[in-house]
Ligand binder design. Structure first.
Ligand code: 13P
Ligand code: SF4
Length: 322
C-alpha cells in the first residue's frame, strides 16, 4: 500500500486539530520539520526551518534532532539522509519526485559522462543520489556560480541535470560547460510574450526570475536568483510590485515578509493550468505530514555505498558554502 501510493492512507477525525497534533508528535519524537519555500503556506508555517535547497541542506547537516521530517521532494530528503545517515529521515509522500531529477537517469548519465573523460562533474542538487555518486561536486542555485568558479578556468566541466541553470552559469562565468539536457517543468512553462504584456499592464512592477527559467525569460529579469535570493531582493527593494517567475509557494513568504507589496505570479503559456505549482511539492499536505510523523513512515533509505559516495560531493559543496 505504502509502496503503491507513496504514503500511508488513514482516516483522520475531521475534528482533530492537525497543527496541534503535529507539534505534539514532533516534540514527543524529537523531530525537526524542514520545509522548502515551494510547499503550501500552512506547511511552511508549521516548519522549524523554511528555506531554499542550500539552506535546507545546511539545516539538515546541523540539526540535533533525532528525526528529520522533510516537507519537500525526494532528492532533498535523500540529501538530508546522506549528510546525516544516523538520523531517521521521513517524507510525507515518497512520490514527491522532481522533473529535473527524473530527467537524468543514472545509467544514461554514466554513458554521457564516459564521453568526456577529462571533465569534472558539477551536479545541481536537484538530482538523484545515484547521480551524485558520479559527481565531483554538488551545487544549488544559490551557490552554483561560486562552485563552478572554484575550479581552475581551464578545467573542463559537465553540468547536470539543469541545462537552463547551466546555460545561465556559462553566461555569467564565461565557461563552456557541457550541459546535460534536463529541465524543470515549472520553470520551463513561462511565456515571454505574456510576461511582456503583463509588464506593460504593470509598468510600476519589476520582473524577477529563478535561474531554472529559460534564457529568453531570464533576459527580461531585473534580478535572477535562488528562492532565498528572490525573497531577500523583494524585501530590500523600494519597488512595491513584482512579477515572479518561480514556483508559487515562494509568494507565501514574500507576502508575509512584505505585506504592503504586491506579488504577481509570472504567466504561463497555458493559461488554463496551475503550472506555477510544482505538482510534486504539492503532494505534501497537513494530513500526510501528520500520518507520516505518527507512523515514522515513509522513510527515506539508501544503501551505505550510495551514502558514502554521494556524501563526498555534497560535503565539498557545504565546505565551500560555509
Ligand atoms: P532553490 O531552492 O535553490 O531556490 O531551487 C528551487 C527548486 O527548484 C527546488 O526544487
Ligand atoms: Fe523539481 Fe521543478 Fe519541482 Fe523544483 S519546482 S522540485 S526543480 S520539478
Amino acid at each position: 500500500m505504502l509502496e503503491d501510493k507513496g504514503f500511508i492512507e488513514e482516516a483522520i477525525d475531521p475534528k482533530m486539530k492537525l497543527v496541534e497534533e503535529i507539534n505534539r508528535l514532533k516534540k514527543e519524537k524529537n523531530a525537526v520539520i524542514l520545509s522548502h519555500f515551494y510547499a503550501e503556506g500552512e506547511l511552511q508555517d508549521i516548519a522549524d526551518y523554511v528555506g531554499d535547497s542550500l539552506g535546507l541542506a545546511q539545516a539538515a547537516a546541523q540539526t540535533k534532532a533525532e528525526m528529520i521530517v522533510f516537507v519537500g521532494v525526494h532528492f532533498m530528503a535523500e540529501t538530508a539522509k546522506i549528510i546525516n545517515p544516523s538520523k531517521k529521515v521521513i517524507l510525507p509522500d515518497l512520490k514527491a519526485s522532481c522533473s529535473l531529477a527524473e530527467s537524468a537517469p543514472a545509467d544514461k548519465f554514466a554513458e554521457f559522462k564516459a564521453k568526456y573523460p577529462d571533465h569534472k562533474v558539477v551536479t545541481y542538487i536537484n538530482a538523484t543520489a545515484a547521480l551524485k555518486t558520479m559527481s565531483d561536486i554538488v551545487c544549488t542555485s544559490a551557490n552554483a556560480k561560486q562552485i563552478v568558479e572554484s575550479f581552475p578556468k581551464d578545467q573542463k566541466l559537465i553540468f547536470a541535470p539543469d541545462k537552463n541553470l547551466g546555460n545561465y552559469i556559462n553566461s555569467i562565468t564565461g565557461r563552456e560547460m557541457v550541459l546535460w539536457d534536463g529541465a524543470c517543468m515549472v520553470h520551463e512553462q513561462y511565456s515571454v510574450e505574456k510576461i511582456i504584456e503583463l509588464m506593460d499592464e504593470h509598468p510600476d512592477a519589476e520582473f524577477i526570475a529563478h535561474p531554472e527559467c529559460e534564457k529568453p525569460v531570464l533576459l527580461l529579469a531585473k534580478h535572477i536568483g535562488s528562492t532565498t535570493s528572490l525573497l531577500k531582493y523583494v524585501q530590500k527593494s523600494d519597488k512595491k510590485k513584482f512579477v515572479v517567475a518561480t514556483e508559487s509557494g515562494i509568494l507565501h513568504q514574500m507576502t508575509k515578509a512584505c505585506p504592503d507589496k504586491i506579488f504577481i505570479p509570472a504567466p504561463s503559456a497555458d493559461s488554463t493550468c496551475a503550472c506555477n505549482d510544482c505538482s510534486y511539492m504539492k503532494l505534501n499536505n497537513l494530513q500526510k505530514l501528520y500520518i507520516c510523523l505518527k507512523h515514522e513512515q515513509p522513510e527515506v533509505t539508501l544503501s551505505n555505498e550510495i551514502i558514502e559516495k554521494a556524501r563526498i560531493p555534497i560535503q565539498r559543496m557545504l565546505e565551500i558554502s560555509k
